[in-house]
Ligand binder design. Structure first.
Ligand SMILES: *Cc1c(COP(=O)(O)O)cnc(C)c1O
Length: 420
């Protein structure tokens, strides 16, 4: 990963257009065991070999799923999980991918593989609450420390680098304030300082391709948009093949030894939903911008990176793949938690606009007040520092119902709680 020539190769393609939908489609040549158009679910935990010598070669890392198609044990590699990994790699324009049991498993395994005791991380402060807790509270117990910076300020990442820094960490579109990171600029800083750039792309699959913009590792919580049905917990690490084999190394691989393995049945479910991810992302974006534009027009304090008024609109426009829009998340600042609660209650219980629930990327709208839920791991001081108001309502806009009705429902709710 720190091999500069390899990194430059990825940086070299930043100027070319990348089409994740086409890349995914071109990679999908899987048939089931009996010729079915869907792949088979391979649930075996262990695999036999014809020639006993093969097992030794698998243990030595000479043979693997992409090196002779040899499988050993399903915590290592599994054929069905491998199909999903291959599709995800194609979608992200990465050499490989490793699927995990959750987004947090993907984040913790990737970071623990890149950092050892004594190492340091520079991270955006606008990140998922669980990731913040991992970096600020758990990893220091293992002597891995983190400096948090404002992702709007690319220079701040550079200024926080120390001799023991190993990783720059950020979310492409930050949770929950929707600040956008300048991935090409961060990748240049990572390269100049021999660091790895890790980007959580959960909010923007297909929309942004961080590896094509120079990132070394892309993380997904597939629990969100990628699966899209709020019925599985899953994650992925997309990166170069060498790093995947390091994660699965029998002696030191963090994924192999900490063991957050994806179940092949979960992999199958996600495989069946990937083909319509592009359609879903486009519809999430189309509806979110329509709602955000209307709310902005009537004077609601709405924030959405697709609006020209968003401070990072231009930065994001320069990074996105054409045709997917600006994503399905927007926020409305209700200033106080009481007002936020009242607003959410009207939206769910009277207007039936969506559900009061954490998480995102579902077909129905999901609404939550970030400060008291998914960012509650942060202290009030940290929340203020990252620009998170206690009344910030994060909305993941779904695609059910009639869009005109939805706009009327939300307009009635903002008027009732006197946001305008
Ligand atoms: C939900 C989420 C995670 C954690 O993923 P899980 O699948 O719940 O473990 C990480 N990052 C972001 C941006 C998320 O939204």
């Amino acid at each position: 990963m720190k091999d500069a020539s390899k990194s430059y190769k990825t940086l070299g393609v930043t100027m070319q257009k990348f089409n994740p939908e086409q890349s995914l489609w071109e990679c999908r040549r899987e048939f089931g065991e009996h010729g079915g158009v869907a792949p088979s679910v391979s649930r075996s935990s262990t695999f036999t070999v014809i020639d006993p010598e093969t097992i030794a070669q698998i243990f030595e890392g000479i043979r693997g799923p992409d090196k002779g198609g040899c499988f050993l044990y399903s915590r290592h590699f599994n054929p069905t999980v491998e199909v999903l990994s291959r599709y995800l790699a194609a979608m992200e324009g990465a050499e490989g991918a490793a699927c995990m049991a959750s987004g947090m498993a993907a984040i913790s395994c990737a970071l623990l593989q890149l950092c050892k005791s004594g190492d340091h991380i520079v991270s955006s402060e606008v990140i998922y609450g669980g990731t913040h807790a991992l970096l600020a509270e758990l990893l220091p117990e293992y002597n891995i420390t983190t400096t948090f910076v404002d992702p709007s300020d690319t220079k701040a990442f550079e200024n926080a680098i120390r001799p023991n820094t190993r990783v720059l960490y950020t979310e492409a579109i930050g949770n929950p304030t929707l600040k956008v990171s300048d991935i090409p600029a961060l990748s240049q800083i990572a390269r100049d300082n021999d660091l790895s750039l890790v980007v959580d792309n959960t909010f923007s699959p297909m929309m942004i391709s961080p590896i094509r913009l120079g990132a070394d590792v892309v993380i997904h919580s597939m629990t969100k948009f990628i699966n899209g049905s709020s019925d599985v917990i899953a994650g992925a690490i997309c990166t170069d093949r060498e790093f995947i084999y390091r994660l699965m190394d029998l002696h030191t691989g963090r994924a192999m030894l900490l063991g957050p393995t994806m179940d092949p049945r979960v992999a199958f479910d996600i495989i069946q939903r990937l083909p319509h991810l592009s359609i879903r992302m486009k519809e999430h974006s189309r509806r979110t911008i329509a709602i955000a534009r209307h709310l902005e027009k009537i004077g609601v304090p709405v924030s959405y990176p697709g609006l020209e008024s968003h401070p990072h609109h231009e930065r994001l426009s320069g990074m996105i793949n054409e045709g997917y829009g600006y994503g399905g998340l927007m926020t409305i600042d209700c200033i106080t938690q009481e007002k936020a609660d009242e607003f959410m209650s009207i939206l769910q219980n009277r207007e039936r606009f969506g559900f009061i629930a954490v998480s995102l990327g579902y077909f129905d709208s999901l609404i939550s007040c970030s400060g008291s839920t998914t960012s509650s791991e942060l202290t009030l001081e940290e929340q203020t520092s990252m620009g998170l108001s206690p009344g910030l309502v994060r909305m993941s806009i779904g695609y059910t119902g009639d869009l005109k009705d939805r706009i009327q429902q939300i307009e009635r709710a903002v008027r009732d709680v006197k946001l305008i």
